[in-house]
Ligand binder design. Sequence first.
Ligand code: F3S
Length: 397
Amino acid sequence: MVQLTPEEKGMLAGSLGEGVALAMESVVRVAEVLGAPRLVKVSSAHISGVSYKNLGEEGVEFLEELAAKGARFSVPTTVNPAGFDMEVYREMGVGEEEYELQMRIVRALASMGARVTLSCTPYLINPPSFGDHLAWAESNAVLYANSVIGARTNREGGPLSVLEAIVGRAPYVGLHTDEGRAPTVVVDAGGVRSFVERTGAVSALGYLLGAKVKAGVPLLVNAPRNLAHPGNLRLFLAAVGAASSIGMVLVEGVSPEFKRVEGLKEIALEEGELERVLDKWSGEAFDAVVLGCPHLSPGELAELASRLGGRRVKGRVLVFTSRWAVSRAADAVEALRRSGVEVYADTCMVVGNLSALGVRRCATDSAKAAFYLSNQGYEVVLAPRDFLLKAVLSSQR
Ligand code: F3S
C-alpha cells in the first residue's frame, strides 16, 4: 500500500484537474507494482524516447491528450534527442510530413512546459545537486546523475517520466533510497588499468563492466586514471548503461558516495575480455566517423576544434551535440565546419537516420553507439577518439 500525503490524495481525486489525476493514478499504480512505500518529490524530470519513430501515433496522441486535459509539468523538464536536427532536417533527408509529426511531439511537450532541449545531457544543461531526487529517463543521464553528482534517480521509462514530471514525484524505491544505493559487487579494474590508460579504451571498459555485472550497484576499484576526464567518464557510463540495467557505478576517485565495503563478491576485469569487446567492433573500413554519444559538451567541441587546428578532415566526420552546446561553443562549431566536420544538434547517430545521410559503415568512440548501430544493421568500428582523429587527419584517407 502506497502512503500518499493529503496533497497527493487531492491530486489523485482531481484537485488539479483531469490530466494531473490521470498521471497520478499511473504513478501510484507503478509505485504499487514496485513495492514503494510512498512517493518522493523530484526536483527535475528528463523525458526520453521522443522521436516519432519511437512514440508512434498512439504515443503522440497520448501526449496531446495529456496537454489538452490541462496537464502541465510541475518541475523543470528536459527532453532527449529527436529524430533529426530541427534546423537542417531537409539536409538530413527528412520530408515535411516527417518533420510535422516530430513537431506535434515538440509542441505537446512545450505546451506542457518542457524545455525542449533535445539532448541526452541534461546534467550539463540543468545540473542537479548532490542528494536531489530526479525522475530521469535516458540511461547515460541517469548513470551520470547517480554516479558522478550523487543525485538520485531510477532508470525511468520515457512514458513514466512524462507522468512523473506532471505530478513532480516518483516512486520512492531503488536508487532513491540509501539501501538501493549500497554497492552490491566490487569490480576490480586493476588487470585492465594500464591497457585502458595506454589505449584510451574507456568506452569498451564500460561495456565490459555492464556485460559482466548486468544489474545492481558496482563499486569500481583501481579505475584507470583517464576515466576521470569528463568526456571519458561520460563515454564509460553510457556504455555501462547500454550493456546492462545498472543505474549507478560507484567509481573510486570520482563518485561522492564511493566508500570501500568489506565482504562483497569481487569480479576482476581482464585484458583478454576487453580485447574481445574491441574485436566485436573491429575493422579498417568506414564511410564516416561519428562522434557525440552522449552528446558532446561545449568543452569537447572546443577540444575537437583545437585538435583539428584548422586542418581539413580527409573523410566524413559527423558530430552530434545539443543546441545548448552549439550556442555555447559557437566559435568551435564554426571552426569544425570550416574543417569539413558536419555538426548536427537535436538528434544523434542512433535516434536519427545515418543511412539517409549516406552512411552505412561508421567508426565511433562510443560503445553505446556501436551497440545500437550494429543492432540497426550498420557495420561499426569502435576505437578511441584520438585514434579516429588521427585517421581522418592522415593523408592516407
Ligand atoms: Fe545520447 Fe543518442 Fe547516445 S541519445 S547517449 S547520443 S544513443
